[in-house]
Design a protein around this ligand. Structure first.
Ligand code: B12
Length: 213
């Protein structure tokens, strides 16, 4: 790994939210592609944070400061990840499901979809099924994008899909899901329209669903 990439990785592990944006900028200045910085340094660092947490070396506060430094780096990276696209590709209402506070992955998905020309309505984290239903009812959307990072909150994706169905809205929207514990099989099982393991494939998925509608 190039030195600056290694430094970004280490600064995220250390939760150094002053160093991360500076080093991300240095990597961009050195001509390293934004997607490479994202995947090979930043997302890799968050995976390592997860591993350290599992092994009992990191606790919640360490996870949190690493997450904050990752977010500080994303601010610098954002304009480079998004390509200008004037025509609206469709509208997306996104959120992390009820009980779940993880938002880095959801934010990345929103960022990439926005960059691909989608209009984004981000409802944030800990979003109840009722809130998704109310949004679709009042403002409409082509796609509902649900994120979950905990095995205990994944079932709330199913509850949200069922709430959309109960409100008579299920046929009006496409539902896409994602997050570390989510799988293609789970998406099929709960009746989602699509799953993607990462933010860039979320864009092709969303585009294919909107064009098929
Ligand atoms: C950072 C972090 C936190 C931070 C979150 C800060 C924030 N603002 O997000 C804090 C400290 C708050 C936190 C808290 C907790 N966490 Co936590 N956390 C993590 C960690 C280390 C990184 C997650 C992350 O940001 N990854 C980087 C992003 C880019 O990846 P991603 O989220 O997977 O997103 C990508 C894809 O999944 C996909 N995607 C994501 N969403 C969507 C949506 C759609 C529609 C699509 C198509 C795609 C998609 O695209 C994204 C980009 O490529 C993970 C470890 C891990 N390996 O995931 C643990 C992890 C998720 N946490 C875990 C746990 C246990 C917790 C706590 C319960 C700890 C506790 N005892 O309190 C709490 C729960 C709080 C809550 N109610 O939500 C466990 C979950 C275990 C499980 N199987 O359920 C993990 C796996 C750690 C571990 N290895 O044990 N956590």
């Amino acid at each position: 790994m190039e030195q600056v990439m290694q430094e970004i990785f280490t600064s995220i592990l250390n939760g150094d939210n002053k160093a991360v944006p500076l080093k991300v900028q240095a990597a961009l200045d050195a001509g390293i592609e934004a997607s490479k910085i994202l995947n090979e340094s930043m997302i890799a660092a968050m995976a390592e944070v997860g591993r350290l947490f599992e092994e009992g070396e990191y606790y919640v506060p360490e996870m949190l400061i690493s997450a904050r430094s990752m977010q500080a780096g994303l601010v610098v990276l954002k304009p480079h990840l998004m390509q200008a696209n004037i025509k609206s590709a469709g509208s997306v209402v996104a959120g992390t499901v009820k009980g779940d506070l993880h938002d880095i992955g959801k934010n990345l998905v929103c960022m990439m979809l926005e960059g691909a020309g989608f209009e984004i309505h981000d409802l944030g984290t800990d979003v109840s099924p009722e809130k998704f239903v109310a949004f679709v009812q009042e403002q409409g959307a082509d796609i509902v994008a649900l994120s979950a990072l905990l095995t205990t909150t994944m079932p709330n994706m199913k509850v949200t899909i069922e709430a959309l169905r109960a409100a008579g809205l299920r046929e009006r929207v496409k539902v896409i899901i994602g997050g570390a514990p989510v799988t293609e099989g789970y998406a099929q099982q709960i009746g989602a329209d699509g799953y993607s393991p990462d933010a860039s494939r979320a864009v092709s998925l969303a585009k294919s669903l909107v064009s098929a509608a």
